[in-house]
Write a protein that binds this ligand. Structure first.
Ligand code: FES
Length: 117
């Protein structure tokens, strides 16, 4: 992403932007948050926080009901059990479907996120 596009979108030159409405120390996950005005859903996994788009790319079920599987490396939609890798969002049992996934990091007490693909 070039610098001009990043500045316009609110993300830095590496694509990171602040998460808002996110409470990392909350007891309950998944949790809703916002990234550049877009609602996303944050899961707490064994490998850290991971964000996903709110609606399943199949038939728009809410991913708030998604279930972490495969040692927290995948997320399964409860409606028709389409399952997506949290590394890149690729559907593993649903060719052609991809879930938007966001990586998350903390910087000086602020949580930032960016799309992984
Ligand atoms: S709506 Fe998610 S698998 Fe069908």
């Amino acid at each position: 992403m070039d610098g001009e596009a990043s500045a316009l979108s609110g993300a830095d030159q590496d694509g990171w932007a602040p998460l808002t409405g996110f409470k990392a120390d909350a007891d309950s996950f998944p949790q809703r948050a916002r990234l550049l005005g877009e609602g996303i859903i944050i899961f707490r996994t064994k490998n850290g926080f991971r964000g996903v788009e709110r609606a399943c790319p199949h038939m728009k079920a809410t991913m708030m009901e998604g279930e972490l599987t495969a040692n927290d490396s995948m997320l399964r939609c409860p409606l028709h059990v389409f399952t997506f890798r949290l590394s890149d969002g690729k559907g593993v049992n649903c060719p052609g479907f991809r879930l938007r996934v966001f990586e998350i990091r903390e910087d000086a007490g602020q949580f930032l996120a960016r799309p992984v693909s």
